[in-house]
Design a protein around this ligand. Structure first.
Ligand code: HEC
Length: 448
């Protein structure tokens, strides 16, 4: 997918710096990082000004010099530099166990449940109140009454624990109290150094993983080498299991229905294919596919009030997405995207195309968006129904207010105390969060 081209920074220095300054601080042309826009603040306005210019006012038109993808790259670059300038001006909360943090609508304290984990990937509560935690290295851990059980559960599947691969999501069946099922998603080692996302279910008995069954395991020829973009989050609902499968670094596979990667899938909770899946019965498609064109989905959550399925996925450089996931839809990667390549070269200028879904929001610059969870507890009444969004690179916990399928407000609840990958509401109404550096589970509890 890499288009040959100049790094966006060189592009800026070549075509724009003369007038807008080497650090975008302004000169003949205006300051481009103060978030004041005369001709419109949205992406479309910036794109239009760069393409068409404001010739009378001295801003040349670049539509003939730069192609669409280069213009898109410049918009991403302006956003990155703008966010950097804004971050330098903004004080974000960095909660500690000793302090009370005042956020927009709730005051809270942060309590450390454990700081003795390696890289915690996913959190899930059992009906008896115990908390399951996966560590990416391949361990399923249990926290009982705020105490990390010393050893991991034994007998869980062997995982390909390299690069982004390893043990990923853990999910608890809604009827776990009667059927005992727990689901694990992991990178399954194949032959010759290959690996692919697989899902099993099993039960825990006296510290051991037992009764294991395959829920999703694809044939060996589809396994891929390379350590990136496995997914994988799971949602169990109404007898179905929805789960995400990253594109494994093979961008074009995301548009190929004969490949499992770059998709959201749906199966019955025992792994059978539902007859009414969108591509079931087609010979050229994986019958488990629910949606396609998904890059590397790292969050999946069901909105309790509406039954809507929400998903977050990593864009490349720019264009992290929050999507509403619907039967059979195409989410566009890599044909449309709001991002560019990591090295600053363009991918495409196309952000919209007929027949492809738009994200509900996109984060440009990327925050490296992780797990998401609707807050369902009673401890924080003003957070009820809000969607909490985690971020790895940006080290953020965000709160999104969602009204009728739209995000009407975003708040950075805190920032800068470690990469955040997982979030879940506890049975006590606290918000539980998995953090890195050191690997820990913390919870937010109300403060007077
Ligand atoms: C010859 C000088 C010149 C160059 C070169 C130039 N600009 Fe401009 N630019 C201007 C001026 C002057 C304005 C202000 C126009 C106005 O006041 O209406 C402007 C305005 C803009 C705006 C709109 C700002 C706002 O407040 O809405 C954007 C965005 C922009 N330029 C981006 C770029 C980019 C990206 C490049 C390089 C591809 C570039 N410019 C190159 C002179 C320049």
């Amino acid at each position: 997918m890499t288009t040959q081209g100049q790094d966006v920074r060189e592009l800026y220095q070549t075509y724009c710096a003369n007038c807008h300054g080497a650090r975008l601080e302004g000169g003949l042309g205006g300051n481009l990082v103060d978030d004041t826009w005369k001709h419109g603040a949205d992406d479309d306005s910036l794109t239009r000004v760069i393409r068409e210019g404001v010739v009378d006012a001295g801003m040349p038109a670049f539509g003939a010099t730069l192609d669409e993808a280069q213009v898109r790259g410049l918009v991403v670059y302006l956003r990155e530099m703008g966010a950097r300038a804004a971050a330098a001006q903004t004080e974000f909360s960095r909660p500690t166990p000793e302090t009370v943090t005042t956020s927009e609508v709730q005051r809270f304290r942060l309590e450390v449940v454990t700081d003795r984990l390696e890289i915690p990937w996913s959190l899930a509560f059992l009906p008896d109140g115990r908390l399951l935690v996966t560590e990416r290295a391949g361990r399923l851990r249990v926290i009982t009454d705020d105490r990390l059980e010393p050893g991991p559960i034994t007998g869980t599947p062997k995982v390909w624990a390299q690069s982004q691969g390893g043990l990923m999501a853990v999910a608890v069946h809604p009827e776990n109290a009667t059927n005992g099922w727990i689901y694990l998603a992991f990178s399954d080692p194949g032959s010759g150094g290959s690996a692919m996302t697989a899902i099993v279910r099993g039960r825990i008995r006296e510290g051991r993983w037992v009764d294991q069954e395959d829920v999703f395991r694809i044939p060996a020829p589809y396994y891929k080498r390379g350590g990136v973009h496995f997914g994988c989050r799971m949602v169990l609902h109404d007898g179905y299991l929805f789960f995400t499968h990253g594109e494994r670094g093979a961008a074009t596979d995301a548009q190929d229905l004969s490949r499992p990667n770059g998709k959201v899938h749906r199966v019955h909770d025992d792994g059978r294919v539902p007859a009414d899946n969108p591509f079931a019965g087609r010979r050229d498609a994986f019958a488990t596919i629910w949606t396609y064109g998904n890059r590397n989905p790292q969050g999946l959550a069901l909105e309790p009030a509406t039954g809507t399925l929400w998903e977050t996925e990593h864009g490349p450089r720019g264009g992290d997405e929050l999507n509403v996931i619907e039967h059979g839809r195409n989410y566009g990667w890599p044909v449309i995207t709001y991002g560019m390549n990591y090295n600053g070269t363009p991918i495409t200028g196309e952000t919209v195309r007929e027949g492809m879904e738009q994200p509900v929001v996109h984060w440009t610059p990327s925050i490296a968006v992780g797990d998401i969870a609707f807050y369902l507890g009673d401890a924080f009444p003003s957070w009820k129904g809000n969607l909490f969004v985690t971020a790895l690179a940006a080290e953020e916990l965000r709160r999104l207010v969602i009204t009728d399928g739209r995000v009407t407000h975003q708040e950075v609840v805190f920032k800068g105390i470690g990469r955040i990958r997982s979030v879940v509401t506890g049975p006590d109404g606290a918000l539980y969060i998995g953090l890195e550096g050191p690997g820990r589970v913390v919870r937010l509890v109300p403060a007077e």
